[in-house]
Ligand binder design. Structure first.
Ligand SMILES: C[S@@+](CC[C@H](N)C(=O)[O-])C[C@H]1O[C@@H](n2cnc3c(N)ncnc32)[C@H](O)[C@@H]1O
Length: 193
């Protein structure tokens, strides 16, 4: 998947398709994270979440990993304090122990079989996640989204992975959950049991 072509338009496409719903999902639980000192953000895209997070948590040291150069360029302008890593998260060596790891609309770029080893390598106490969900009525829209991303970024995945099963296997328990758009998008806060 290469998001370079989409980067500048990503924000506007998101607003056109979902209004403020994805933004609200990313911002859910932002005031319920305790006092994270070491934070990892995977695939934040154009940096809107990082901008807000670093303003709210000025003490936190934040690593962000993204495979799109253009996305990182936009994110760096919004959140200059963050340490950015231009890398494929599947190959990145996560050396730190994190208080919090964040993945907003990122797990959907992978198959469950790819997520299992990736998440297994991230050492963190908490996961803050936003993601699409399949419901009876959301299924066609999710399929449409995958088709759009296949055309514009070359994404090869065609269905949502079961990230909740992966996190449960890694001994995380979902502490908070909030849904929107009739369950099509959800925010989740996971704590290591
Ligand atoms: C669908 S966008 C989500 C962006 C943002 N987090 C949001 O909430 O809208 C996925 C992001 O993950 C990045 N990404 C996709 N596959 C990746 C990979 N294998 N390693 C690192 N970043 C990746 C893309 O470049 C993009 O910035």
């Amino acid at each position: 998947m290469n998001c370079d072509f989409l980067a500048r338009w990503y924000r506007w496409l998101e607003y056109a398709a979902f209004g403020g719903a994805l933004r609200r999902r990313r911002e859910a639980f932002l005031f319920e994270l305790g006092n994270p000192q070491k934070v990892l953000v995977l695939g934040d895209g154009d940096g809107r979440f990082l901008q807000l997070f670093t303003a709210l948590y000025p003490e936190a040291r934040v690593d962000a990993v993204d495979s799109s150069e253009k996305m990182i360029e936009l994110a760096r302008a919004r959140a200059p304090r963050v340490t950015f890593h231009l890398a494929d998260a599947r190959e990145f060596a996560f050396e730190e122990q994190y208080d919090l790891a964040v993945a907003h609309f990122f797990f959907d770029c992978f198959e469950t079989e790819e997520l299992t080893p990736l998440l297994g390598r991230v050492r963190t106490q908490k996961w803050l996640v936003s993601e699409f969900r399949n419901t009876r009525w959301s299924r066609p829209s999710v399929r449409g989204l995958y088709f759009f991303f296949r055309l514009t970024t070359g994404l090869r995945v065609t269905m949502l992975p079961d990230h909740r099963a992966v996190l449960e296997k890694l001994a995380f328990r979902m502490e908070k959950e909030e849904k929107e758009l009739k369950g099509m998008v959800a925010s989740e806060l996971w704590i290591r049991s």
